[in-house]
Design a protein around this ligand. Structure first.
Ligand SMILES: [Zn+2]
Ligand SMILES: [Zn+2]
Ligand SMILES: [Zn+2]
Ligand SMILES: [Zn+2]
Length: 717
């Protein structure tokens, strides 16, 4: 035996699974491993280079939930808890399969800033639905939320195109969108963009059908700049109502139907809204309030912003069917002041600042001054107002502002000049104050008391009866007033009126007085009489006086009067005293002067009758009525069946017909004529008859005596 060459060495190529060949069991990623053995000699290798695998690896068992940075998949956020990968129960492996995720911990929930946006995710604070079925919006986030609600873009809330909204505060989306010239700021990249309520064309495009009431709040800082259709605070509305809001410091640029409040209004109403936004329509239909409307109305709206457009641009509504009522434009418009001219639109009571637009279809032009002084607010009327107080001095009308009245401005204190028109927050003409001197305006003669003055002192009138002449200097307004009258109230409560128009005038010491005469009976001479000037709107002071007061004044100053006057007044007073006693049923003593008057001293005072009384009529007797008017009454007895219609009787008591004749002081008594019969009878005849009568009571005799003495005195004039 000999060997030739080296040994063959082992050929470790045989894969025999056996316990002696076992190297390592199967694990997650590697099957069980064995050493190969030699194909010639069955020796088992011990070299790990000669290993082979048998069977399958176990695969990972991703069942362990370990929270660690290594296992973190997505961190916690507002609406999700943190998510982690599960780990292998056998090894350190961490799954990369999204099927093996687990969540741990709580989601954060949103954290809203004051403006309603989440500080972490920019999510919108939900607006709260109130008891009236409207979403209350108090910040920008809630406005965006409301838009998303209508547009159907809220993750967890169904779309509601008819949601009602109200503003409960002024809303500021962006702090500054426009510069002082109403241009978009030079760098708008940080501005929050707006998506109109109703979305935009081709992207969640809805019709808004609800009611949105701004409650007179503003929305500020909206920014939209994209080549879209139907753009504004609202995009497209259908049978909706938008009211009581202002869109300010905002910029909307779009292709078609672009405006501050609403891009396209269909069978809807926009009321009490205004805009100071800048609008630009790059193709057609741009408006301050509405881009285009169809059978809709815009009322009480104002544009003070800038509107530009290629075609159909206007201050209120670019183009439309329907009505525009009580609106105005003060903004700079490259187009119509109110709305494009067409037979489809009715523009009523709308105004535009002159030079604000290119054309003014159915709009009345007013100057900046007319807007500033309140004329525009007055003409707009309705709910429009403007604070014209010098402290505020608003330069344009606002809905809900203090009401504006058109008033007259006079240069003369009695408003006698032709006034100019002024506008005020009070409905009161402007008239210069009067310059009163002793209660009378030295410029116009008006009295401070609106009536006039009563001349101290009176005069008596004796033309027919006792009268008191009441002198008044009257305010020109009273004189011109047809309703003005003097009312006398007598002691028995009865009133007598005299129209101012009918009053006599008398000049005293160079002044013109109106004279009102009040007749009084002798028995009332000591009683108070009241005098008052009354018109539909004015009642003067009540002046009160007595005849006696006036008489006593004369008697107390008898040196200043002639004997006749003094005697007249003295006998008048005496007459009054005895009249008062008689009518009160009392009897006074006679004065010496009175006792000298008897039937004998009056023997000449007899009546004279001439001619024949007609058949059936006989003279019965006469009496003297000593009331406020002194009247002689002659009675005639008339036989039954006698026709007296031709004789002019004043009246009758049964068969006794009478004739009344005025018999006052200073009056010549007329004859009493009945047919061919003439009765001449003076009041003194009656006096004599009473004094002669045995049946006449003493106080009547005294009364007629006092009357006689006064009457005699009055006849001496
Ligand atoms: Zn071998
Ligand atoms: Zn494993
Ligand atoms: Zn959030
Ligand atoms: Zn005056």
């Amino acid at each position: 035996m000999f060997t030739s060459g080296g040994p063959l060495g082992h050929d470790f190529s045989e894969k025999n699974v056996s316990n002696p060949a076992f190297y390592a069991p199967a694990d997650c990623t590697t099957p069980a491993r064995y050493y190969k053995c030699c194909s010639r000699c069955a020796v088992i290798s011990t070299d790990t280079a000669d290993l082979f695998e048998d069977g399958d690896a176990l695969g990972h068992d991703f069942t362990v939930e370990t929270v660690s940075d290594a296992t973190l998949y997505t961190p916690v956020d507002c609406t999700h808890a943190a998510q982690y990968h599960k780990s292998c129960a056998r090894c350190d492996a961490i799954s990369t399969d999204e099927a093996d995720l687990f969540a741990s911990g709580e989601m954060l929930g949103h954290s809203y800033n004051d403006n309603g946006f989440c500080v972490r995710c920019d999510g919108y604070e939900a607006a709260m639905l109130n008891a009236d079925g409207a979403y209350e919006i108090s910040n920008a986030g809630q406005l965006y939320w409301f838009a998303a609600l209508v547009n159907g873009t809220l993750a967890d809330v169904d779309q509601n195109m008819g949601a009602n909204g109200i503003l409960t505060a002024d809303i500021v989306v962006n702090e500054t969108v426009l510069d002082a010239d109403r241009n978009l700021i030079s760098d708008p990249s940080n501005l929050r963009k707006w998506t109109p309520i109703s979305g935009v064309e081709g992207d969640n495009y809805a019709n808004y059908t609800g009611t949105f009431d701004g409650q007179n709040h503003t929305i500020s800082g909206l920014y939209f700049n994209d080549s879209k259709t139907s753009v504004g605070l609202f995009g497209k509305v259908d049978k909706a109502t938008i009211c009581n809001l202002g869109v300010i410091d905002s910029f909307f640029q779009a292709k078609v139907e672009v405006a501050a409040v609403c891009g396209y209004s269909y069978y809807s109403a926009i009321k009490n809204c205004y805009s100071t936004a800048t609008i630009n329509g790059t193709e057609e239909y741009a408006g301050g309030i509405c881009g285009r409307q169809y059978y809709s109305t815009i009322s009480n709206c104002a544009n003070r912003g800038r509107v530009g457009g290629v075609k159909n641009a206007a201050g209120i509504c670019g183009f439309g069917y329907g009505g525009i009522v009580n609106c105005y434009n003060m903004g700079t418009v490259t187009g119509q002041a109110i709305c494009a001219a067409s037979s489809y639109i009715t523009i009523t009571n709308c105004y535009a600042l002159e030079d604000s637009a290119s054309t003014y279809y159915q709009a009345s032009k007013l100057s900046a001054e007319a807007f500033a002084i309140g004329e525009a607010a007055y003409r707009l009327g309705g709910d429009w107002g403007q604070n014209l107080s010098s402290a505020v001095s608003a330069q344009y009308p606002s809905v809900g502002g203090p009401k504006v009245y058109q008033c007259n401005f006079y240069l003369s204190c009695d408003a006698s000049d032709t006034p100019t028109q002024v506008y005020r927050n009070v409905n009161e003409d402007i008239v210069p104050a009067h310059s009163y001197v002793n209660g009378v305006c030295k410029n116009c003669g008006y009295f401070r008391n609106n009536v006039g003055t009563h001349l101290a002192g009176h005069s008596l009138t004796l033309n027919g009866s006792i009268g008191v002449n009441f002198y008044m200097m009257l305010d020109p307004r009273i004189v011109a007033d047809d309703s003005a009258y003097m009312q006398f109230t007598l002691p028995d409560g009865t009133t007598k009126v005299m129209s101012v128009r009918g009053a006599a005038q008398d000049e005293v010491d160079g002044e013109q007085y109106y004279v009102f005469t009040c007749q009084v009976s002798a028995k009332e001479m000591a009683s108070k009489i009241k005098a008052q000037i009354i018109t539909d709107t004015v009642k003067s002071t009540v002046y009160s006086f007595t005849v006696e007061d006036y008489a006593n004044e004369i008697l107390d100053n008898s040196d200043a009067y002639n004997n006749y006057t003094v005697g007249l007044v003295r006998t008048l007073m005496q007459y009054g005293t005895y009249a008062d006693a008689y009518f009160a049923g009392e009897t006074l003593g006679a004065t010496k002067e009175m006792s000298q008057v008897t039937a004998d001293t009056l023997a000449m005072e007899v009546y004279v009758a001439d001619g024949e009384l007609p058949e059936g009529i006989s003279y019965y007797g006469s009496t003297l009525l000593l009331e406020s008017d002194v009247v002689l009454r002659h009675y005639f007895k008339v036989a039954k069946g006698t026709d007296v219609s031709a004789y002019g009787f004043t009246g009758n008591k049964g068969n006794y017909y009478y004739v009344d004749l005025a018999a006052g002081f200073g009056v010549t008594v007329a004859d009493c004529v009945i047919g061919d019969y003439t009765l001449k009878y003076q009041p003194t005849c009656y006096v004599r008859a009473v004094l002669e009568s045995e049946a006449a009571p003493e106080n009547l005799k005294q009364l007629v005596t006092a009357f006689y003495l006064y009457y005699r005195m009055s006849q001496m004039s």
